[in-house]
Design a protein around this ligand. Structure first.
Ligand code: BTN
Length: 319
């Protein structure tokens, strides 16, 4: 990906403590006045840059931006996130990702935004997002698999998200199929939507919402929701969280395409919330209670009820 002038300035500033305006101007082949103008814009964007006549410019802090250049510095993927669209405000990243899919955007296209005003959740619910507090992203993939397997991507993304959040020492678990919890409260959710063409998958949009800095939540979800900062007390850079997820998910996505979902069952179970505990599950027709045994090689949940082991393809755990 070609870097803009400001991206090149940031790349240079990250390498050294001080960089003189003259050196930057020579390296980038632009005037010192142009360098100064770009520095003002970077500061307005949230980069903390100090300067003095003798030493030049120093990048003190990059803030908590979700811009392509902020994410790219942590990214080690070959494909995922390499085409990245960042918006300050959007209704939902899912809509833009679907549009991108229809406009033949490449696999791995990522749409992120700082403020999502009408986020979509599972089962027609809404997803709450506070400005600059969380992560709202939608990833476009085009897996060449039968349609009925697309739902497994929710579980594979859940494993990748849980594993990547654990690298930040956050003790997350997965509530089947798509909730990421900390101490029983929801910190992230996944919404997978598929587009088809003549009985084939043309694209899958994996939407992920993560509560990062939130201290408070609206009435209605405040007893069930939490954030990374609230549970861990440490600070997070959202760009690093996004890239860490993409780096992990790219590996798992390739594994899923090559080996199928069966290769994830035991890993999923090590991350599962309430494994071997009593749970209640609601399907469209009824509710059922029993011991959570795990999942099978298709991603279906297994419960041991009074009548024996029962598997549910589509259901919601209630707790
Ligand atoms: C859920 O747990 O109900 C799923 C929530 C998914 C929310 C994310 S935020 C980014 C993407 N855009 C949306 O509108 N929804 C998903």
């Amino acid at each position: 990906m070609a870097h803009s002038v400001r991206e090149q300035i940031l790349i240079a500033l990250r390498k050294r403590t001080w960089y003189s305006g003259q050196e930057l101007a020579e390296t980038l082949n632009i005037s010192r006045t142009a360098i100064w103008k770009h520095m003002q814009i970077l500061k307005e964007e949230g980069y903390q840059i100090i300067s003095n006549k003798k030493q030049g410019y120093q990048l003190v802090d990059e803030g908590d931006l979700l811009t392509p250049i902020a994410i790219e510095q942590w990214l080690t993927t070959a494909c995922l996130g390499r085409h990245l669209l960042h918006f300050e405000e959007l209704d939902t990243t899912q809509r833009i990702a679907h549009e991108q899919a229809q406009q033949h955007a490449p696999e791995g296209t990522l749409v992120v935004c700082d403020h999502q005003t009408n986020g979509r959740g599972q089962l027609g619910r809404t997803w709450h997002e506070a400005k600059n507090e969380g992560i709202a992203m939608s990833l476009l993939v085009r897996p060449d698999v039968p349609m009925h397997q697309a739902g497994q991507l929710t579980l594979v993304a859940g494993i990748a998200l849980a594993q990547s959040l654990r690298t930040f020492d956050v003790p997350v678990t997965i509530k089947w199929p798509n909730d990421i919890l900390i101490n029983g409260r929801k910190v992230a959710g996944i919404l997978t939507e598929m587009q088809t063409e003549a009985d084939r998958i043309s694209s899958v949009i994996i939407g992920i919402g993560i509560n990062v800095h939130h201290e408070q939540f609206p009435e209605g979800i405040k007893d069930r929701a939490t954030s990374l900062v609230r549970e861990s007390g440490r600070t997070f850079r959202r760009a690093e969280v996004v890239a860490t997820f993409l780096n992990r998910f790219e590996r798992l996505y390739t594994q899923w395409l090559e080996l199928g979902f069966g290769s994830f069952v035991s890993e999923w179970e090590t991350l599962a919330d309430r494994l071997h505990e009593q749970v209640t599950l609601r399907t469209r027709q009824a509710t059922a209670s029993g011991t959570l045994l795990g999942i099978d090689e298709t991603g279906t949940i297994r419960i041991k009820t009074e009548t024996g082991e029962t598997r549910f393809h589509s259901a919601e755990l209630i707790y």
